[in-house]
Design a protein. Structure first.
Length: 481
């Protein structure tokens, strides 16, 4: 594969301050403004997750907070997380449109409207979507949001295909290919999730579903739905980090890497792409066949190999995590954006993605469910889903947004706040998970508060700056009339 030293881009980038508005009659609806508003929006709902799954309540005794497949609160936890993840993916889509310079005005408009619908509606629906009946209004609000997310994925793939067909040099690079694969995997994961949702909501209707489960898979309909949910989860937990890595690579100087650092980054990308392909293949096998996906007994018998590991976990650890360490490590060592290696102002920004990958990996491993349920006790569930996955991914997007759209002083300040908050959160979570001491929970809470403040700080200055630019543009337009 031949790769360019710089990514080509159209004259008007998606986040270009002086670009023509996508909707002239709604000049307030700019990609920048929506991105910063969405960050504020999901931050508020992340704080609300404490009321859905309090990590410090009821972990030692059976109660409503004992999260599990048979818990009355399990469904709400999962759907609330979906509300946050929808905002996360929508924000990533806006950043991707800018970074990969998708020029099609139709794709840009469609993605902007889709992100507005999905990002705003999904968290609102999550508040009320507390149980599975299809008469639940909260569920239908989230269904609209999920369909908007499908539209975003389809339009993103169409836009990337258009760039490829144009022969743009950036379309022949690893970041572009990885991002395109990510979009395809997310679309597959979404469709599988829809199928699981239909089974959970309508049961054996149409009867073809039950016949397929029993005759082709040898499973009950509920067991098949469980297998589909597992496939959906594995694909999303693989695709989101892979996609964010591709965004980080372009923004933090992948195209300027040279020598062995460039080779190291390319090797990392190759591993990540292999993970996406392998996870998709295994997901389709586990969701639509009787393929078990278990590790061989000889491997599980090796000292130090956790008993809960499945083949999907192992593939993710070797290819996704291993590839991410090579890629993000090469970016930290070999690039000069936004400062040299000796310039401390730049270290925080470049190091955050690698730090978040470490936190994601360690917390996911340490909070593996221990009570025989899918997501574990309340502390395990909250730390695993809301902190280990969602929070680590959103932190990287915050750094990308600030580095792209805010001034140097503010983005460096945000970088250090994100770094310190992540380190304090990680330290507290490790203490709490390994010892159970409440002091660890307090320390983790302090770190999360620092991260939350960095999110609000980013949103405030982003919205303030964009409002000032919009006022200036409106003033110039009035003068010329």
């Amino acid at each position: 594969m031949t790769e360019t030293t710089e990514a080509s881009a159209p004259a008007s980038a998606f986040f270009e301050a002086n670009a023509e508005p996508l909707f002239p009659k709604a000049r307030w609806l700019t990609p920048q403004r929506l991105a910063f508003f969405l960050l504020f929006w999901v931050t508020v709902f992340f704080a609300g997750s404490l009321f859905v799954n309090n990590p410090f309540t009821g972990s030692s005794s059976a109660s409503n907070w004992d999260i599990g497949a048979n818990s009355p609160n399990y469904y709400w936890v999962v759907m609330y997380l979906h509300g946050l993840n929808t905002g996360l993916v929508g924000l990533a889509a806006l950043v991707a449109c800018d970074i990969f310079a998708i020029a099609s005005i139709h794709v840009r408009r469609g993605i902007l409207v889709g992100v507005l619908l999905a990002g705003v509606l999904a968290p609102i629906g999550a508040i009320f979507n507390t149980s599975a009946p299809w008469t639940n209004a909260g569920l239908w609000i989230q269904v609209v949001a999920f369909l908007a997310l499908d539209e975003i994925a389809i339009l993103f793939l169409w836009g990337m295909l258009s760039v490829w067909r144009e022969g743009a040099p950036r379309s022949r690079t690893f970041p572009f290919i990885t991002a395109t694969l990510t979009g395809a995997v997310m679309l597959v994961a979404a469709l599988i999730g829809h199928l699981a949702g239909i089974i959970l909501g309508f049961g054996d209707n149409p009867p073809l579903l039950g016949q397929y489960a029993s005759q082709e898979l040898g499973l009950s309909l509920n067991d098949w739905a469980g297998a589909l949910i597992g496939t959906h989860s594995y694909l999303m937990i693989s695709a989101v980090p892979a996609g964010i890595m591709s965004l980080v690579a372009v923004r933090f100087g992948y195209y300027r890497l040279k020598g062995w650092t460039k080779g190291l980054a390319q090797f990392g990308f190759l591993l990540v792409c292999l993970d996406l392909v392998l996870q998709t293949g295994m997901g389709l096998l586990s969701g639509f066949s009787d393929w078990p996906g278990d590790l061989p007994p000889q491997v599980l018998a090796i000292a130090g190999v956790p008993s809960f590991l499945a083949l999907n976990d192992t593939v993710n650890f070797v290819f996704l995590i291993g590839g991410g360490v090579f890629l993000l490590g090469a970016l930290v060592i070999g690039t000069s954006r936004p400062g040299s290696w000796t310039d401390l102002r730049g270290v925080s920004l470049r190091a955050v993605p690698l730090l978040m990958l470490v936190v994601f990996t360690v917390l996911t491993a340490l909070t593996e469910p221990s009570n025989g349920t899918i997501v574990g006790t309340p502390p395990q569930a909250w730390l695993r889903l809301f902190v280990g996955f969602w929070l680590t991914m959103i932190v990287v997007l915050v750094v990308l947004l600030s580095e792209r759209l805010l001034g140097e002083q503010r983005r460096v300040r945000i970088g250090w706040m994100a770094t310190s908050g992540a380190l304090v959160t990680f330290a507290g979570a490790l203490v709490y998970v390994t010892t159970g001491l409440i002091a660890g929970g307090v320390l983790a809470t302090l770190g999360i508060l620092i991260l939350g403040f960095s999110f609000l700080y980013t949103s405030w200055w982003g919205l303030y700056s964009d409002t000032a630019r919009l006022r200036g543009a409106l003033g110039r337009a009035t003068e010329t009339e």
